[in-house]
Design a binder for this molecule. Structure first.
Ligand code: NAP
Length: 456
């Protein structure tokens, strides 16, 4: 059985690596998920047959409860609440790692050698930070806690001091593993640090925090693997830890945040500055006008954002695009890396609606095309098309790369009213002379547009 177990671990690790590779492209992402899920199933089977397991009743109870919670979350939580769901999952994963670490310490305590104590220390430290940090991220994203940065005097000093004290206790434990008071103090401080780390971060910067937490959860799992001499945990945890960290860096770039700023939790201090004073009126346009513009355009670029996700308008967009293409219009989709509420959100939705991947253009590819685009249709996007990020150095989002739709000949913004984007900032795009506002739920506006283009 030991050989069988090791074999399943090896197979699972290979499947995780191929799964991760496949996830890097929307065309193969679904296959990647299936490969990784199958790998996880193999790893679970390989673990269940190990001789260390003496009874199954608690395991079965955990499996039933966990599966019920997981199934309920995936069935009933909407796609738009995916970041909240991910935050909760990270928190559960990290809690499992922390509890394994605490139980290992409880069982072996003073007998632990320096190597195992180091692994367990990492496990509970990163695990503890991730548990409460992810719960805090969940609370902020779901607005149970104020989403804007919560700051107070001396916050950074307190956070850094707390981290240093926790790290010093950790190092001391490597030499004095028998000191259980120190161990449990470290656990408590890690839980506290997770809360304090996320408190000053605004909800708009939460994607970076989420992927960083993902990275911490991965590191905690890898440390668990060292503590338990379990290869699949070491490999899966390392893959998770580093892919999460790389994603954090990529998202920092996309949101113009420095990684240092993320690591030391000082986002709140940066969220100052002023948005451009927007005067004038927003020009409302009619469905018929927009339909005629699109029907006789050479190139139309759709720019989806969070509003397309809430309206579930992806299928109607594809229908409209096909109609336009049949009339000889070139249709492209401009995808911002942080449009929506999770990385790849727009790609997932458009893939679900069978929009060909070749029609999707990333920010760097499409921005040079806007000056020659006849109509840019902004579908429930706001922050990712806010020209203030480019033009106003005082703006809180200054420097964030944007889709430069304002450079298109004509811009039409589909939104319900005067609602602000995730950052809570006003958007000068809506007041520009070449911008028209088409008010209404994105799905019904697009349906009406489709109908009107058919008549045009
Ligand atoms: P956004 O700035 O949040 O703006 C969304 C807009 O959609 C709102 O102004 C809203 O205006 C409109 N809207 C909402 N429901 C709608 C509906 N049913 N029909 C039509 N319009 C609707 O979205 P974004 O431009 O995609 O930017 C994403 C933001 O989220 C960024 O600030 C990003 O940093 C942040 N974020 C991203 C991620 C990620 O990983 N992608 C995760 C978390 C946060 P009305 O209320 O007037 O309709």
């Amino acid at each position: 059985m030991a050989y069988f177990s090791e074999f399943t671990y090896l197979a699972a690790s290979i499947l995780f690596i191929f799964g991760l590779k496949a996830l890097s492209h929307p065309d193969t992402a679904r296959r990647g998920m299936n490969l990784a899920a199958f790998g996880m199933l193999l790893a679970i089977i390989g673990t269940l047959v190990r001789h260390e397991i003496l009874r199954y009743d608690w395991i079965i109870a955990g499996l039933v409860i966990g599966s019920a919670i997981g199934a309920a979350m995936s069935i009933w939580m909407p796609m738009t609440a995916m970041p909240e769901r991910t935050a909760l999952s990270h928190s559960f994963g990290a809690l499992a790692a922390s509890l394994v670490g605490i139980s290992e310490y409880y069982r072996h305590g003073a007998e632990l050698g320096a190597f195992k104590m180091t692994a367990i220390g990492f496990e509970v430290m990163f695990g503890g930070i991730t548990v409460t940090g992810s719960i805090m991220a969940f609370a902020k994203l779901s607005e149970l806690v104020r989403g804007s940065p919560i700051t107070y005097k001396g916050q950074n000093i307190l956070n850094v001091s707390l981290f240093v004290v926790t790290a010093v206790i950790f190092i001391t434990l490597i030499f004095l593993p028998g000191s259980s008071a120190l161990f449990y103090t470290m656990v408590g401080l890690s839980f506290l640090f997770g809360i304090l780390l996320v408190l000053p971060i605004g909800a708009a910067d939460m994607p970076v925090v989420m992927s960083l937490m993902n990275s911490y959860a991965g590191l905690a799992s890898a440390a668990t693997g060292f503590a338990l001499s379990n290869n699949v945990l070491i490999i899966a945890g390392t893959l998770d830890g580093f892919s999460g960290f790389i994603l954090s860096i990529l998202m920092c770039k996309a949101m113009n945040r420095s990684i240092n700023n993320v690591l030391f939790g000082a986002f709140g201090a940066e969220a100052s500055g002023t948005a451009t004073q927007t005067e004038g009126v927003m020009r409302e346009v009619s469905t018929e006008d927009v339909a005629v513009q699109m029907a006789y355009a050479r190139q139309v670029v759709f720019v989806p954002g969070y509003g397309m996700a809430t309206a579930q308008a992806q299928h109607v967009v594809r229908e409209l695009a096909e109609l336009l293409e049949a009339r000889g219009v070139t249709v492209k989709y401009a995808i911002h890396p942080v449009a929506g509420r999770m990385p790849g959100h727009m790609n997932v939705l458009l893939a679900e609606a069978n929009v060909p991947y070749s029609s999707l253009y990333e920010l760097e590819q499409i921005n040079s095309e806007f000056p020659t685009t006849d109509v840019a249709i902004v579908i429930g996007a706001n922050d990712v098309v806010n020209p203030d990020a480019r033009d106003n150095p005082q703006s809180p989002i200054a420097g964030m790369p944007i889709l430069e739709v304002d450079r298109a000949h004509s811009v039409v913004v589909l939104k319900r009213g005067r609602g602000k984007g995730f950052s809570g900032l006003e958007n000068p795009l809506f007041f520009k002379p070449n911008t028209g506002m088409l008010y209404g739920d994105a799905k019904s506006s697009l349906s009406s547009l489709t109908h009107a283009v058919q008549q045009a």
